[in-house]
Write a protein that binds this ligand. Structure first.
Ligand code: ADP
Ligand code: MG
Length: 315
């Protein structure tokens, strides 16, 4: 247990039992409590709203809210932004050179549209030298659908004349069994990044557990709030480690209870607003895939055509 977790018990009005409830509900840090609303906290932890308000106020004082920084510091960090090759020139140029570090790139699309293939490809290419389009780093994969395949990595590494054994040894994979576990693994990733130079963090899929667990209209606010926190954790990881954050999101087959439109990615505005780059993938003829860039802060909306074959992702 971290010091921060221990601290929860010291909040006024929080005894061991409430602290346990907080942890079970996913509030493992001061920050997570500080940004919560009294009503949500009261409901989830079965405490009065007045107590919840006090707890939140105290957590705000204890949490490291972060501060303002001057433009030159922000610029210094921006100058370090790296671009990761996807092994497709067309996709790289769609992305202004490759997937950016310090940003979240979201890929959404139907089952089989190639999201996991691109993730595997990047897990290999990130290990290449910077002069070759890589970031010379390790990768963490949070696998929620049990679709990570080392055999596929070997194929892709061989195709790039890389030592596949070494490539596999720099991929750190964990399976997430539910959304709560997934969020804990994102926190654990920070520790791993102290030991290894992690330049890519993949969450494949970001939303499947959330979608399965939070069903029905009444659960939506809670789901969005958790997803929001998770996304911000990921973004922070990207900033701290100057790494690429790559997440996948499935298009709902059934209409979403909230958004209705079956072609909309789940997670709605929360995922959409936190992801810096959104890519919509769809299948085309002959193993081709069409990738459309949507909502980028500094790049035009456009499309690229890629292929998925034994070697991996190519033009
Ligand atoms: P999703 O978007 O659901 O994550 P995937 O990335 O898993 O989809 O894409 C699966 C598709 O990738 C398969 O249907 C197949 O077309 C292609 N694919 C997977 N492995 C290979 C391979 N070794 N050689 C060629 N194509 C492959
Ligand atoms: Mg997949």
């Amino acid at each position: 247990m971290s010091d921060e977790e221990n601290g929860i018990e010291k909040l006024p009005g929080v005894g061991p039992a409430t602290a346990e409830k907080l942890r079970e509900a996913g509030y493992t840090t001061m920050m997570s409590i500080a940004v919560e609303s009294p009503k949500n906290l009261a409901d989830l932890c079965e405490i009065g709203e007045a107590v919840a308000t006090k707890v939140i106020a105290a957590a705000k004082k204890a949490a490291d809210i972060g501060g303002f920084e001057t433009g030159d510091i922000v610029m210094e960090r921006r100058e370090k932004v790296g671009k990761l090759t996807t092994c497709s020139k067309a996709l790289n140029s769609l992305m202004g050179g490759g997937f950016e570090t310090q940003s979240i790139t979201e890929m959404f699309g139907e089952f089989g549209s190639g999201k996991t293939q691109i993730a595997h490809q990047c897990a290999v290419s990130v290990q290449m030298k910077e002069k070759d389009g890589g970031l010379d780093g390790d990768v963490i994969i949070i696998d929620t659908e049990n679709t990570f395949r080392p055999e596929r990595i070997i194929q892709m590494a061989d195709a790039l004349d890389m030592d596949s054994k070494e490539v596999l040894s720099r991929i750190h994979v964990a399976r997430a069994f539910n959304s709560h576990h997934q969020m804990l693994l994102a926190e654990k990733a920070k520790e791993l990044a102290e030991e290894f130079k992690v330049r890519l963090l993949i969450v494949d899929s970001l939303t499947s557990h959330f979608r399965a667990e939070y069903v029905g209209r009444g659960t939506l606010a809670d789901r969005q709030q958790k997803l929001n926190r998770h996304m911000h954790d990921l973004l922070r990881f990207g900033d701290l480690n100057n790494s690429v954050i790559l997440v996948t999101n499935q298009v709902s087959a059934k209409p979403d209870a909230f958004f209705g439109d079956p072609t909309r990615p789940i997670g709605g505005h929360i995922v959409g607003h936190t992801a810096t780059f959104r890519l919509y993938l769809r299948k085309s003829k002959g193993g081709k895939r069409i990738v459309r860039l949507i909502d980028s802060p500094n790049l035009p909306e456009a499309e690229a055509v890629i292929t998925v074959d034994e070697k991996g992702i190519r033009d």
